[in-house]
Design a protein around this ligand. Structure first.
Ligand code: CA
Length: 232
């Protein structure tokens, strides 16, 4: 069965592009221009995921998300035109699953949608009480000691390698763009370059490879970003 994706976006040109990309990937997009219309859809139809613009004509996307969260755990991806809002999205406790800053490529957005749905499908089919990372994960994060071990071997990581690795381990399968990683993990993202992320990923990979030369748990999604393999 095709999954229905609710797109709440008041700009028709943006909505058109996203709708097209979602349809191409086999989803059934449902487009609403207002928060009120979105609430009607949510009340009456089964929706697998919500793509939610922060700036809507009748209410702000954060308010709508809070309303949705009162009765639903449906995954939410925020879309915002303002990079300053990213901090709010990340800091909010309404449980946003991801966010994108305009302009973005519809292809990148659909990649995120697929990654989130893979994750939620797995959670639903698997043991609901199963914590992440799963027991089979070769990684173990000891936050208190600021230590990550891989296949039982303690890694010697720089500050940013540690942050990257710990984020990946907590969210296996989640594809992070370079920009997101900078925003989430770096102290002054505006002073840093995308290449900074690549450099740290490279050294992190080398350290993992030194322990298990046959494995490369970090996946490069070309043109999109990086993720930790879901099955290790
Ligand atoms: Ca808008």
């Amino acid at each position: 069965m095709k999954k229905r994706i609710l797109l709440v976006e008041d700009e028709p040109s943006v909505a058109d592009n996203i709708t097209y990309a979602l349809t191409t990937e086999g989803f059934t997009p449902e487009w609403c221009q207002t928060g009120a219309a979105a609430q009607t859809v949510l009340a009456t139809e089964e929706v697998a995921l919500v793509i939610l613009d922060v700036g809507l004509p009748d209410m702000n996307g954060f308010e709508l998300a809070k309303t949705i969260r009162q009765h639903s755990d449906v995954p939410i991806i925020f879309v915002t035109a303002r990079a300053e809002e990213v901090d709010r999205i990340v800091g909010l406790e309404i449980g946003a699953d991801d966010y994108m800053v305009k302009p973005f490529s519809p292809r990148e957005l659909t990649a995120r949608v697929k990654a989130i749905l893979r994750r939620t499908d797995r959670q639903q089919s698997g043991n609901p009480g199963n914590p992440s990372p799963r027991p089979s994960s070769p990684f173990h994060v000891d936050e208190a000691r600021h230590l990550i071990s891989y296949h039982g071997v303690a890694l010697s990581l720089s500050r940013y390698e540690f942050r990257l690795c710990s984020l990946f381990v907590k969210h296996p399968g989640h594809v992070y763009s370079r920009e997101q990683l900078l925003q989430l993990l770096w102290a002054s993202p505006e002073m840093s370059l995308d290449r900074t992320v690549d450099t740290h990923i490279k050294t992190l990979r080398q350290k993992l490879k030194a322990i298990r030369p046959d494995q490369d748990p970090i996946v490069t999604h070309r043109g999109v970003g990086y993720a930790l393999k879901e099955e290790l």
